[in-house]
Design a protein around this ligand. Structure first.
Ligand code: NAP
Length: 291
């Protein structure tokens, strides 16, 4: 008799190229558990309530949620974890017998590769480029796990960033100083530099910019940790420069795996076989980068 398969999926827009199906289906195959992870492209935010009602009716086991719906899903869930409610954004939904609970594993997933450097970070100034959902997760992670003295948020539009904090009533905003993204000298004082913009992503240099920090300005030093949330390519132009400057570097693949590992456990109650998943993912990304 064929086993009933439980369905998991990614809700987003234009997410056909996501690595999440590879990550979760590899993990399920290795563990021999009856789940299948697919993608659900939703064209319009107006369709989110119907999609979630449909998920309850069909008994879909859970979702990841990505750009641009991490905030849109929130009002339609039955409960929110404490992390998700802190930044009012959900990247993981679990269906408990028709009750949908929202979680945010980006926060702990972001923190995970930095935990080994905790002593170097606590009480210092860190900086983040970008003011979207990924930047909010990074701010919350710094606040929860590392207690920095200050977080400099480099943005191209300070008013838009201020409005975002005002709208969300995001309580960590007092730790954050908003800085224009051309005031780059300030990064010299930061123990960690995070790129939470898409700059550096393969095939996305249409404005001619491949790094948030001009590569010729020698602003990065060996005492710093440079963390790029972009994971394709694995070594972005920013990380290449940071490596040449002798800084510690962290690729976005670590956050990708960190958040996936936590979502997987929320859905299945099992530990993800991380080394095998990492191997499969690296192989796939390297093949795509070579294309
Ligand atoms: P988002 O909500 O769209 O925010 C993107 C941010 O980047 C915005 O603040 C935007 O500024 C800024 N930005 C975009 N293009 C820029 C440019 N040319 N110059 C300066 N700033 C620019 O996206 P997100 O969800 O935060 O994700 C950001 C990046 O992180 C994406 O590449 C995503 O793939 C990556 N990410 C990776 C992981 C992982 O697991 N590794 C997880 C989450 C996200 P404006 O507001 O001015 O447009």
């Amino acid at each position: 008799m064929t086993k009933t398969i439980k369905i998991l999926g990614l809700i987003g827009r234009a997410v056909d190229y996501s690595y999440s199906p590879l990550i979760h289906n590899t993990a399920c195959e290795i563990l021999g558990i009856p789940y299948y992870y697919t993608v659900f492209n939703i064209a319009d935010p107006d369709m989110i309530p119907d999609a979630l009602r449909g998920a309850k009716a069909l008994g879909i086991a859970g979702f990841n949620v990505t750009i641009p719906y991490k905030k849109n899903v929130v009002p339609f869930l039955d409960e929110l974890s404490e992390e998700a409610s802190s930044i009012k954004a959900v990247n993981t939904i679990v269906n408990h017998n028709g009750k949908l609970s929202g979680h945010n594993t980006d926060i702990a997933g972001f923190a995970s590769p930095l935990l080994g450097y905790k002593e170097r970070i606590t009480g210092t100034t860190v900086c983040i480029f970008g003011a979207g959902g990924a930047a909010l997760a990074a701010i919350e992670a710094f606040k929860r796990f590392f207690s920095p003295k200050e977080i400099l948020l480099f943005v191209r539009d300070p008013k838009k960033a201020r409005d975002l904090f005002n709208e969300t009533g995001y309580e960590a905003a007092s730790l954050v100083t908003i800085v224009r993204s051309d005031e780059l000298e300030k990064i010299r004082e930061c123990s960690v530099i995070v790129n939470a913009t898409p700059i550096g992503t393969k095939g996305r240099d249409k404005e001619g910019i491949t790094s948030i920090i001009p590569l010729d300005r020698e602003l990065i030093s060996e005492t710093q940790i440079v963390y790029d949330m972009v994971y394709n390519p694995l070594v972005t132009p920013l990380l290449q420069t940071a490596q040449q400057a002798g800084a510690k570097t962290i690729s976005g693949i670590e956050m990708l795996i960190g958040q996936a590992e936590r979502s997987f456990t929320l859905w299945t109650g099992k530990q993800m076989p991380v080394s095998a998943v990492r191997k499969a993912l690296l192989h796939e990304i390297q093949q795509n980068t070579a294309e």
